[in-house]
Design a protein. Structure first.
Length: 593
């Protein structure tokens, strides 16, 4: 071959010639860089012939005669060498990122995390290769890859003006990496001298970095979502000791108010708080064969232990019953220790560990599980559900149940110690009554029923498997040391005593009316029940403790009120005739002085 190729070093043979696909590559990959990469000495073609001008035929001839193209593939291969990169200037890296941003234009994505629709499979493959190469220059002048398979929870950010001592102290494994400040815009760094050309490149690079996963800025919420939560979403949290895990969880607690503010301002979706609650794990203890076992569990699987307050009675409720997890006192113990240090003047923590655990979903009362899915109802299930005729089956959505409550009541049925059972089931009663609003607010007492007749139809019911179990199980302590269904009891009032006498069971436990009505405690007897009591009283009128006149007056008033509320004339007449017949048959008329 003849020396027919005009290069920057004179006329050479085509095989010693390099042709860049962009003129910017002449400075990005020097002839010395090409020698390191290709292990031969090449010279760039003269600037009058480049891939960007009209001499297409000349370029084709040069390639046919052995000239080497310098393109994105060469850049990727050069970045893999690593050692030549150590001597490159900050300006070189800015030029590198500027070039890559033009070759891998990441705009016009269909959705976050996808590739632009204009990319072919080859371009996607090369970009995925680039992501694994150490080409990101950090603030400590180290090179890191865009994606590190060994550190999937790592976060790359632009340098911040805030104090990073807290972050550096907490994350010591390279989970958070900061770009070199040379790539930050002058409006943020406040440079004394500004080069318009460089600043344009910084803007271009910043936009590209943001699209490939580098944060323009970072907030505590970003750290929580992208660094801390992945540790708990996988088994990686098991690699850390309690102290390190405490620091991660405490970071979430410290900035929980910040997270709430971000959600209010719509910088993060409302589902972010649920994401945290469903991912994070807290230290717990449980008992197995009378041995205490420590492990980490999700908040909604945990009960407060009695160390978190005198009102926390779940340890007492589950005493001797295996399978319950209790929040470790580790958190509150450390909180009290740190409170003494912060009393000297450091910032106040907004949420205590107790309050934070409540927000995450730790239970102070028996745990209930709500199934957020539609399930088919078979003929042997949901006997309490009033079903309609359906051509395609029956379905229930949002049903709730409580394995723990079932476990407690079944445990008591197998224990002969009446005093222990009375105490345990009284604790259960008080806990449910105290926290009933929580169960109602979280819709544990309602379901949606679907059936098909011509089209899909739906109806809502103010009940659930959880509520029906409470209504039908024999668990409410009576004054005779027995245990009964809630519907076996009447509210303990003077009026009910007068209407019913002492033959029925009166509820001695206290609770709010909503709870009592929901589990079907009787507030007053039915019309028929009072008539039956009146007949029995007439036959067994031998109790000297009862004020006969007062009792009869109360019964007459009750019957009169029942009659007065009837608006339909026919129904009213039927009711009156029924009363007259009963009175005449049983000689019930009694007129006191």
């Amino acid at each position: 071959l003849k020396t027919i190729a005009k290069t920057t070093r004179g006329w050479m043979k085509p095989e010693k010639c390099a042709v860049p696909d962009r003129d910017a590559l002449r400075d990005l990959l020097s002839e010395s860089d090409l020698r390191n990469l290709l292990h031969e000495r090449l010279s760039y073609i003269d600037t009058s012939i480049s891939m960007e001008n009209e001499y297409t035929r000349a370029k084709e001839i040069l390639f046919e005669l052995g000239a080497k193209i310098v393109d994105t593939r060469r850049v990727i291969d050069f970045l893999k060498l690593e050692s030549p990169l150590a001597s490159k200037s900050l300006q070189w890296y800015l030029d590198l990122y500027s070039y890559l941003s033009t070759k891998f234009n990441t705009r016009n994505k269909i959705y976050s995390g996808s590739y632009p629709i204009s990319w072919d499979e080859e371009k996607k493959r090369i970009f995925e290769e680039l992501q694994k190469i150490k080409f990101i220059l950090t603030n400590n002048k180290k090179l890191v890859p865009l994606k590190d398979s060994n550190k999937p929870d790592r976060l790359i950010c632009y340098p911040q003006t805030v104090d990073l001592s807290e972050v550096n102290q907490l994350f010591t494994e390279g989970e958070i990496v900061f770009l070199h400040p040379h790539f930050q815009e002058s409006t943020i760094i406040h440079r004394q001298q500004i080069d318009p050309g460089e600043e344009e490149k910084r803007n271009q690079v910043k936009d590209w970095f943001d699209n490939i996963g580098v944060r323009k800025y970072f907030k505590q919420a970003h750290i929580i979502r992208e660094v801390i939560l992945p540790k708990f979403a996988t088994t990686k949290h098991m690699d850390y000791d309690d102290r390190k895990l405490y620091q991660f969880i405490n970071y979430v607690r410290t900035y929980w108010s910040t997270i709430e503010a971000e959600i209010r301002s719509k910088n993060f979706s409302a589902g972010f708080s649920d994401e945290i609650k469903n991912t994070i794990k807290l230290k717990t203890f449980r008992y197995e064969n009378k041995q205490k076992i420590n492990e980490y569990r999700k908040p909604d699987e945990i009960y407060f232990s009695n160390r978190y307050g005198k009102s926390e009675t779940m340890e007492l409720l589950f005493d001797g019953i295996e399978g319950a997890y209790f929040l470790s006192p580790y958190y509150i113990n450390r909180e009290q220790t740190q409170a003494k240090k912060k009393a000297r003047g450091r910032q106040r923590v907004e949420y205590s560990w107790k309050k934070f655990a409540e927000i995450l979903g730790v239970w102070s009362s028996p745990r209930v599980n709500k199934r957020e899915e539609r399930v088919r109802v078979y003929s042997t299930e949901y006997e309490w559900l009033k079903r309609e005729y359906s051509t395609r089956g029956h379905f229930v959505y949002g049903d709730s149940d409580s394995e723990d409550i079932v476990k407690i009541i079944e445990h008591c049925s197998n224990v002969d110690d009446l005093k222990e059972n009375q105490q345990r089931l009284t604790v259960l009663w008080n806990s449910l009554a105290k926290n009933w609003k929580l169960y109602k607010d979280n819709q544990y007492c309602q379901i949606k029923y679907y059936w098909f007749y011509g089209s899909e139809k739906a109806n809502e019911f103010e009940t659930s498997s959880f509520l029906e179990y409470l209504r039908n199980a024999e668990w409410v302590p009576g004054s005779d040391d027995g245990f009964y269904k809630p519907s076996d009891f009447y509210i303990d009032t003077t009026k009910n005593h007068q209407l019913l006498g002492e033959s029925v069971k009166f509820l001695k436990l206290k609770a709010n009316d909503i709870f009592l009505r929901d589990i079907r405690i009787n507030f007053e007897p039915s019309f028929e029940r009072v008539l039956r009591e009146l007949i029995e009283y007439r036959k067994q009128n031998n109790n000297p403790k009862i004020n006969r006149a007062k009792k009869m007056e109360t019964i007459y008033r009750f019957l009169g009120d029942e009659v007065n509320e009837i608006k339909d004339p026919e129904e009213l007449n039927n009711r009156v005739q029924k009363i007259k017949a009963k009175f005449e048959e049983n000689e019930l008329i009694y007129l006191p002085r």
